[in-house]
Design a protein around this ligand. Structure first.
Ligand code: PLP
Length: 353
């Protein structure tokens, strides 16, 4: 910000320096995703990346087919973009989990000749549920090789090993603020040869797909985050597993606590509820003890969590559910503080339903 404030599109030395910084970040991100730097487009975050993927793909291939398949538990930035596609005349299928959860066979059964795009997240942001994305992508392409596959990878990026080279995933969205980079930056990976149309029009930056002067400091930070963390994913995954096991074993001794995130979930997100305590009340109670969790069901006034509803969690239980996420700074003492907070909250706040 202070020394390289040139515009990466400028032809003078300051501009060239800024461009080099952007390109270094692109290389670092590419190394973390095992892809080519030219396959990455910086955006203002994953909301924009998801919108670009869905709307840009539909705009490019809408003449060939008019159906898009996704899940009912995607982030609003996918679900709302899908609604926009419906307004444009596309048919959108939103899959609910079957008896065995979400399976590749279920996705394969939902696509047909008219399907141009399938969008499925890697890790659900409310429950940590991991989708078998690679298998799903392969299964739908076996049914219809013309399908493009998009993945909202926000909650899995730098948390689970990802390798785009050789993957059946054509597009992947990521966000800076989930990986210790600042808010306001993200990226869309688009496999070489996959054509989508821009949804932002202007100066033609980033191969014309995402016009706008690149926010050099934010991009540099995203590149740095990728560089620092990409070699530590497995180590951190083990640490998150230990933290989750510690939390689960503490919760076994606390009356009224139900942990919803099982073996099929990534270990850094744990969804749990405390019987008789509404999630907002619990959130503020824990906040008073220096523990910050999110209320999974606080999406909009009076409405419960559509994710928990889709996953079959009864409304009353959903209203008492909070989401706990572990990050690089979360240690065992934070888990112990959470467990102590849950115990106290259960003893002092729980009401009979
Ligand atoms: N997708 C998922 C799964 C998310 O959790 C989020 C952010 O919370 C987003 C997309 C949106 O990302 P951003 O805040 O960068 O727009």
């Amino acid at each position: 910000m202070e020394t390289e404030y040139g515009n990466p599109s400028s032809l003078h030395r300051m501009g060239f320096q800024a461009e080099r910084t952007v390109e270094l970040a692109r290389k670092r991100l590419a190394a973390a995703l095992f892809c080519e730097p030219s396959e990455l487009y910086f955006t203002s975050g994953a909301t924009e990346a998801n919108n670009l993927a869905l709307l840009g793909c539909a705009a490019a291939h809408g003449r060939r087919g008019r159906t898009v398949v996704t899940t009912a538990v995607e982030h609003p930035s996918v679900l709302e973009a899908a609604k926009e596609l419906e307004r444009q005349g596309f048919t959108v299928k939103r899959l609910l989990p079957g008896p065995d959860g979400y399976t590749p066979e279920q996705f394969a059964g939902a696509v047909d000749e008219d399907t141009i795009l399938v969008s499925c997240m890697l890790v659900n942001n409310e429950t940590g549920l991991v989708f078998p994305v690679e298998e799903i992508a392969r299964a739908v392409k076996r049914r219809n090789p013309g399908i493009f596959f998009h993945c909202d990878g926000v909650q899995g990026f730098l948390k689970l090993p990802l390798r785009m080279r050789g993957s059946a995933v054509d597009m992947l969205s990521i966000s800076g603020h989930k990986v210790r980079a600042p808010k306001g930056v993200g990226a869309l990976y688009i496999k070489k040869g996959v054509r989508i149309l821009p949804r932002t029009f202007g100066g033609g930056q980033q191969q014309g797909l995402r016009s706008g002067t690149e926010p050099v400091p934010l991009i540099a930070a995203l590149g740095a985050a990728a560089e620092v963390q990409r070699g530590r994913i497995l180590e951190e995954l083990d640490r998150y597993r230990e933290l989750k096991a510690r939390l689960l074993s503490a919760c076994e001794g606390i009356e009224g606590v139900t942990v919803r995130s099982g073996e099929d979930c990534a270990p850094h997100i744990v969804s749990l509820s405390l019987l008789g305590v509404r999630s907002e009340v619990l959130l503020h109670f824990l906040e008073g003890r220096g523990v910050y969790v999110s209320s999974g069901s606080a999406c909009s006034k009076g409405r419960g969590s559509y994710v928990l509803e889709a996953l079959g969690v009864p409304r009353l239980d959903a209203d008492e559910t909070v989401r706990v996420s572990f990050g690089a700074e979360t240690g065992p003492e934070a888990v112990d503080a959470l467990a102590a907070g849950l115990r106290e909250a259960g003893a002092s706040l729980a009401r009979q339903r």
